[in-house]
Design a protein. Structure first.
Length: 265
């Protein structure tokens, strides 16, 4: 059955769309994201964008890799932002395709500021961020009325790859019943120590979701005090999202993906 026609905005030449591709599964793309893929002349994409999503790009579109991975030679953020300006100034319809949501630890704000300073018209298309989509695919609600009325998202490393300076760990530890860590595998041991010292229980449930929503998704359940050691022992690989809190226990009942027939996963 064909979807009814929807009046979607024009993707104008010389403009840039900052689009969230979601955590991996192509089915989680928005209609606007798919519209952009079908009309873009140049797709500047991140390392975390699933190849199945890139396959949806318009035939003939230039696929311009701009991925940054920790510990590997990577383009610098100012270079990526200027690349968007150059493509747009050349009259191209430029799709900046980012894993998750461009404004949630995706540095989309920095790119948008560069575009605004250069006078380049742009549109932001939100995507499903990993803390929502990745946990949902692991059977863990980010919020649950009987467990938490607040959730905190925390980045596990700064732009230089180190643990962010200036985080108030005492406030974070007490601020929400559920904490979700992005890009935190490298510093998980140090983060756990700080959170425990600030009052989080050493035996607090933790779930580590690796390569969320993709066919290679893995979920490790552990507790805060042992999380770093268990991640190392299980050889969990990035990208990964990490959830702390009682909501992790709901996975025992809500792990719908493990119960789904292989043909529909």
């Amino acid at each position: 059955m064909e979807l009814p026609a929807i009046d979607l905005p024009e993707f104008a030449a010389g403009s840039v769309w900052l689009v969230g591709a979601g955590p991996g599964d192509p089915g989680l793309l928005s209609l606007l994201a798919l519209h952009a893929l079908r009309h873009a002349d140049a797709v500047v994409y991140d390392a975390l964008v699933d190849p199945r999503i890139l396959a949806l790009a318009r035939p003939g579109a230039v696929l311009d890799y701009a991925g940054k991975r920790g510990g590997k030679p990577s383009p610098q953020q100012p270079d990526i932002s200027e690349r968007l300006v150059r493509w747009a100034c050349a009259g191209q319809r430029v799709l900046r395709l980012k894993g998750g949501d461009p404004f949630v630890f995706g540095r989309g704000g920095e790119e948008a500021l560069t575009l605004a300073a250069a006078g380049i018209p742009f549109r932001v298309v939100p995507g499903i961020t990993a803390a929502i989509g990745g946990l949902a695919y692991a059977g863990i609600p980010a919020t649950h009325r009987d467990i938490n009325s607040a959730v905190t998202f925390i980045t596990g490393h700064a732009s230089d790859g180190e643990l962010p300076d200036g985080l108030d760990w005492a406030a974070l530890a007490k601020g929400a019943p559920v904490l979700v860590l992005y890009m935190a595998l490298k510093h998980l041991g140090a983060i756990a120590e700080r959170l425990i010292a600030a009052g989080r229980p050493a035996e607090e449930p933790v779930a580590v979701v690796s390569k969320a929503t993709t066919p290679d998704q893995r979920v490790l359940e552990t507790v805060l005090a042992r999380a770093a050691a268990d991640v190392a022992a299980a050889a969990i690989e990035p990208p990964a999202i990490i959830a702390l809190g009682e909501a992790v226990k709901l996975r025992a009942t809500l792990d719908w993906l493990a119960r789904a027939p292989a043909s529909v996963r």
